[in-house]
Design a protein around this ligand. Structure first.
Ligand SMILES: [Zn+2]
Ligand SMILES: [Zn+2]
Length: 351
C-alpha cells in the first residue's frame, strides 16, 4: 500500500510502498477514507526539536483519521467489518495509576498515532479496537477525520460554565474556531477571537465569535483585545496558540477569579508573573491534553450532529489523498489561509 512516512531524521515526508499491516488479536484494521492535517504534522514535517527528540523514523505519519473497519483481530467481538469509525489517536496503557483512576488522557505511557507508532497517512492502519469511535450513518469521512481535533476544543471548553461568560479565544486555527462554536452553543455572552491571520480571524466569526481581531506585527495583543472588549471583563481565556505573548496576556487580561484553559504548545518556556497575575488574583490555569476518553467524543458527536459546530465551514480545503497533496497542505497551513484541511480518497465531499 501507499503510505506517507518520515523516512529519515530531517525535514519533509516521503511517499513509499509498504506492506498492508495485519491486525493483532485486539486490533482492528481500518481502510482509511479521510485524514486531516494538524499543526503537529507541521512540526513533524519541519522536524522541529520536539519531533527530533520523539520520532524514530521510518514512521507512517497522520493521526486524524476516518475510515471503515476492514478486518478485526481474533479477540475483538464488539466491532464489525464495514463500520465507519473515527480514531482516538492516543493509545493509553490502561494499567498506570492515571488510567486506573479513569484519567486516560493523562496516561503516562501514552503512545500517539503518527508519532510513536504508525499513523493514518496510508491506505490502511491498524489500531486497538478500543481506539475506534463508531460514526453515524452517512457521516462524511472528512468530518469523521476532523472530530479528533474538535475533541480537543470540546475538552478545552469543558473547564468552566460558559453560559453568560465573556471569553477570549487566542489562536483561531481549527481548534480555536471550534472553541468559538462551542462557546456560542454553551451560551457565552461575548466571544472574541484573535489571530495573526486575517483569514482565520474571519473564520472565527463564521464559526461563532462575536468579534475577532487581527494581531498585526509590532502591536500589543493586550491593547488590541482591550480595544475590542471595552468595559467587558474577561471571565475566561481559551489559549490555543502556545505563543509567549498570548500566555502572558491571558493571565494578565482575565478577571480576578477567572480561568485560562491552555492547549497551545510553544517551542520554549514562557515567563509569567505568577505572583501578581495568578496567585494574588486567584486565577485558575488548566492544562488541556488530548481528549477525555470518551466523554469528549460523546460531546463532540452531539455538537457536530446538532450542527452546533458547522464542520462544513471549519473544513475549508479538501485535497486528494497523495504525498504531493500533503506537501501542499503544509504550505497552505503555514500561510494561514485555510481552516481544517482534509485529504479524502476522492478529494471531494461525500455528503
Ligand atoms: Zn492533531
Ligand atoms: Zn496509562
Amino acid at each position: 500500500m501507499k503510505a506517507v512516512i518520515k523516512s529519515s531524521p530531517g525535514p519533509g515526508f516521503t511517499e513509499v510502498d509498504v506492506p498492508v499491516p495485519e491486525p493483532g488479536m485486539s486490533d482492528v484494521r481500518i481502510r482509511v477514507e479521510a485524514a486531516s492535517i494538524c499543526g503537529t504534522d507541521i512540526h513533524l514535517y519541519d522536524w522541529n526539536p520536539w519531533a527530533a527528540g520523539r520520532v524514530v523514523p521510518p514512521r507512517i505519519m497522520g493521526h486524524e483519521i476516518c475510515g471503515t473497519i476492514d478486518a478485526v483481530g481474533s479477540s475483538v467481538t464488539d466491532q464489525t467489518v464495514g463500520t465507519r469509525v473515527a480514531v482516538e489517536s492516543h493509545i493509553v496503557c490502561r494499567t498506570c495509576p492515571e488510567c486506573l483512576r479513569g484519567e486516560f488522557h493523562v496516561c503516562r505511557n501514552t503512545s500517539i498515532l503518527g508519532v510513536d507508532r504508525d499513523g493514518g497517512f496510508a491506505e490502511y492502519i491498524v489500531v486497538p479496537a478500543v481506539n475506534t469511535w463508531p460514526l453515524w450513518e452517512d457521516c462524511d469521512p472528512a468530518v469523521g477525520a476532523a472530530m479528533e481535533p474538535v475533541g480537543n476544543a470540546v475538552h478545552a471548553t469543558a473547564v468552566a460554565d460558559l453560559a453568560g461568560a465573556t471569553v477570549v479565544v487566542m489562536g483561531a486555527g481549527p481548534i480555536g474556531c471550534a472553541c468559538c462554536a462551542i462557546a456560542k452553543a454553551k451560551g457565552a455572552a461575548f466571544i472574541v477571537a484573535i489571530d495573526r491571520s486575517p483569514f482565520r480571524a474571519g473564520l472565527a466569526m463564521t464559526m461563532g465569535a462575536d468579534a475577532s481581531c487581527i494581531l498585526e506585527p509590532g502591536t500589543s495583543m493586550e491593547d488590541v483585545l482591550r480595544n475590542v472588549l471595552g468595559e467587558r471583563e474577561v471571565d475566561g481565556v481559551l489559549e490555543m496558540s502556545g505563543a509567549a505573548e498570548a500566555i502572558q496576556t491571558a493571565v494578565h487580561l482575565v478577571r480576578p477569579g477567572g480561568w485560562v484553559s491552555m492547549l497551545g504548545l510553544g517551542d520554549e518556556p514562557v515567563a509569567v508573573d505568577f505572583s501578581a497575575d495568578v496567585v494574588m488574583r486567584g486565577v485558575t490555569l488548566y492544562g488541556i491534553v488530548g481528549r477525555e476518553l470518551f466523554a469528549s467524543w460523546e460531546e463532540t458527536t452531539r455538537l457536530v450532529r446538532t450542527g452546533a459546530i458547522r464542520m462544513t465551514s471549519l473544513i475549508t480545503d479538501r485535497l486528494p489523498f497523495t504525498g504531493e497533496a500533503i506537501d501542499e497542505a503544509v504550505r497552505r497551513l503555514k500561510k494561514g489561509t485555510s481552516g481544517k484541511i482534509v485529504l479524502t480518497r476522492e478529494g471531494v465531499r461525500h455528503d
